[in-house]
Design a protein around this ligand. Structure first.
Ligand code: SAH
Length: 396
């Protein structure tokens, strides 16, 4: 018979949010008696209302602010490879339908019913990020489920996210199966290269897939500047879709090497050039007198706001970026700027963009306000996890 799971109890009045469908309970909402505190981080537990009624099955970490993460509202469920496998199969079926090629974010945490788990798929290779003690503890079961559903050749555990520290987990990268080196992927009918172990995050940023397609469409016959280009997702695609010239700027030599390979794979290495540089410095240099103008300027920086305490300075970073980049946009040209800072909401981002445009004395109009691609769904009770914000403007 299965071992009886420990119970954790919500404090008086704290069950309302979970009853309304929220998948988390915070540590201050849980009765942290000696027994609860002694539950090993990452254990499965039954979450109970103050009166004792079982609300569901959670992974529990007494040391994390997000202490309980709901796996299912069925307290009787067995969390085994079959359980995880069903969720993986559903997520894969949705992506296969939405994206059409096996290169996508397969699991986007809570939105796919698997809190704390990110999986990006590169054909028969998977890059897994376990971002909670609960998911970490389920690793063997998860690997079994992934094996059963997808029989991948390669599985990389890219457990290097800083959020792991909030869960008391070490940051480390391990290859669980196969070899985790660079791999080719297909996106928007173009070929790219991602390094599964050494690349940034999971090796590729699938969230910008649709924005890249849109910008490439605007970039026909254009001179394009792609700042924070990483491995060419925007710039190389624009070149393939008919841009006249593309300049990719990034400070990472490895990212630019992958972009260079992608340019070659798509037959546009004559069109794309690369500049390894600090973005602000490069923009300042490009913005000198008689500055060359670009028909399309793309700025997709890393998160400037990494914690609540740098909300203000981070926000100002976006303003500065716009102030430096907007002057490089030709009259009538297009300007794309994005923010992946979780802690900054869309109005706050739009406000910084507006300020930056004023600093640069440029006017224009917002053509499109967009977010992450469809393989990054959002749990309805966690709207704040829709982290990606992008604005596309035409400037006068
Ligand atoms: N636009 C990319 C993703 C950008 S991720 C895409 O479509 O895939 C952010 C990129 O900014 C990374 O490649 C990182 O190397 C680069 N970067 C971070 N800080 C930078 C800086 N100060 N100057 C230039 N590049 C920087």
């Amino acid at each position: 018979m299965a071992k009886k799971l420990p119970s954790v109890l919500l404090r008086a009045g704290e069950d309302r949010r979970v009853r309304a469908g929220h998948p988390w309970a915070f540590s201050n909402e849980i009765l942290m008696d000696a027994e609860s505190k002694a539950i090993p981080p990452g254990s499965l537990a039954i979450l109970r209302a103050p009166g004792g009624e079982a609300l569901g099955l959670v992974t529990f970490n007494p040391h994390s602010l997000i202490a309980a993460r709901l796996l299912t509202s069925n307290p009787e469920a067995t969390v085994d490879a079959l359980f995880l496998g069903r969720r993986i199969a559903n997520a894969a079926a949705l992506r296969d339908r939405l994206i059409g090629v096996p290169y996508y974010r397969l699991i986007h945490a809570e939105a796919d019913g698997l809190p704390g788990l990110i999986v990006d798929r590169f054909g028969d290779a998977l890059v897994v990020q376990l971002n909670s003690a609960g998911m970490e503890a389920l690793t063997p079961v998860l690997l079994e489920a992934l094996e059963a559903e997808l029989s991948p050749k390669t599985i990389v555990l890219k457990n290097d996210s800083p959020v792991r520290e909030l869960e008391g987990l070490k940051r480390e990268v391990a290859v669980a199966k196969g070899n985790g080196g660079p791999i080719e992927l297909v996106e928007n009918d173009a070929r790219f290269v991602a390094d599964l172990s050494e690349g940034q995050k999971t090796g590729w940023f699938y969230d910008q897939r649709d924005n890249r397609r849109f910008m490439a469409w605007l970039a026909r016959d254009a001179n394009v500047l792609d700042v924070y280009s990483y491995s060419g997702g925007f710039g190389v695609l624009a070149a393939k879709q008919g841009a006249k010239t593309v300049t990719c700027i990034d400070r990472s030599a490895a990212a630019l090497d992958a972009a260079r390979q992608a340019a070659r794979l798509n037959g546009v290495d004559k069109v794309v050039s690369f500049d390894k540089a600090e973005a602000f410095e490069a923009l300042e240099k490009l913005g000198g007198q008689h500055a060359r103008k670009y028909d399309v300027v793309i700025c997709d920086p890393p998160a400037f706001v990494k914690s609540r305490k740098d909300l203000k300075t981070g926000a100002q970073g976006y303003r500065k970026l716009v102030r430096l980049a907007a002057p490089l946009v030709a009259r009538g040209g297009f300007f794309f700027v994005a923010s992946c800072s979780h802690l900054m909401d869309p109005p706050a981002f739009a406000d910084q963009v507006k300020r930056g445009l004023r600093d640069a004395e440029r006017s224009g109009r917002i053509l499109k306000s967009s977010g992450a691609a469809l393989d990054h769904p959002v749990h309805p009770n966690l709207p704040e996890t829709a982290y990606l914000k992008a604005l596309t403007l035409q400037l006068d």
